[in-house]
Design a protein around this ligand. Structure first.
Ligand SMILES: [Zn+2]
Ligand SMILES: [Zn+2]
Length: 266
């Protein structure tokens, strides 16, 4: 099992040490895990940077990595919160640091955080969702320096209630454009199992999107729990793998030094 999306106390919203997260990963029989702590530049109206000192980060990852080398492979990734005008800043960050893996996520739209600033509130759900995906498309056009795009339908979690999420057929045209662009660029997506922990009855992304990605020729996919606490590491991993297999994926991918490696789904 390969959980390629976990957090530690280097993320503002996680209080657990890398050591605690790695120990739990070993207990859960993970073969490898990748820390993908948050860096979100220029969030909110005050354009605050949410980041960490990368020097400390790599030092700490290295420490847990070598301490537990016999039991698990530990990698150092990052989850960046993308906005199109931040491409230069993120390029600088990524080019100057030896990340194994880069997840590009959309957490904010023109500075409005989807969660903290209630981005969808007071908008018609279909307008909000189309604005979100258009923004994701802009992010994809502006930036190349990532490996996969995180929790594609993240916005579904943040409607006032989950019954407000529009029917997929109403906005599948734009998701299709996004998936085509991802495939064309040689990038991937993730199956992020956290959706089920946030009041949805599906993972990110939903089956329609996974199926569409596969039908369009998409192959590159990682599995991540988005764990912010030890008990969520590897959450529903086996079920996620089974789902991918049913949809027709033969491999999941892991990343090391920004290179991808396929792992056959058994
Ligand atoms: Zn995220
Ligand atoms: Zn995350």
């Amino acid at each position: 099992m390969y959980d390629f999306h976990i957090h530690s106390d280097f993320s503002m919203d996680c209080k657990y040490l890398m050591e605690e997260m790695v120990k739990a990963s070993i207990d859960k029989n993970m073969k490898s895990v990748c820390f993908t702590d948050h860096i979100d530049y220029e969030v909110g109206k005050d354009k605050i940077d949410i980041d960490f000192r990368t020097q400390d980060y790599f030092r700490k990852v290295k420490k847990v990595k070598y301490k537990h080398l016999k039991d698990i492979d530990v990698f150092a990734g990052v989850e960046i919160g993308m906005q199109p005008y931040l491409a230069n800043r993120y390029n600088k960050l990524i080019n100057n640091n030896p990340f194994d893996f880069v997840i590009m996520s959309i957490h904010a739209i023109d500075g409005t955080d989807i969660y903290f600033d209630n981005f969808t509130y007071g908008k018609s759900p279909i307008d909000a969702i189309i604005e979100y995906y258009k923004y994701m498309y802009q992010c994809l056009l502006s930036f190349e320096n990532f490996d996969i795009i995180g929790h594609i339908d993240y916005i579904d979690r943040y409607f006032e209630n989950s019954s407000m999420v529009p029917d997929f057929s109403e906005y599948s045209f734009i998701v299709e454009d996004i998936l085509k662009l991802i495939i064309e660029k040689g990038k991937g997506i993730e199956l992020n199992t956290a959706g089920k922990r946030y009041g949805l009855d599906y993972y990110h992304p939903k089956i329609d999107i996974l199926q569409l990605y596969k039908n369009l020729g998409g192959e590159i996919i990682t599995i991540g729990s988005d764990a912010h606490s030890p008990e969520h590491i590897g959450y529903d991993y086996k079920l996620a793998e089974k789902l991918l297999k049913e949809i027709g994926f033969k491999y999941i991918y892991i990343f090391k030094e920004r290179k991808k490696y396929p792992i056959h789904i058994s």
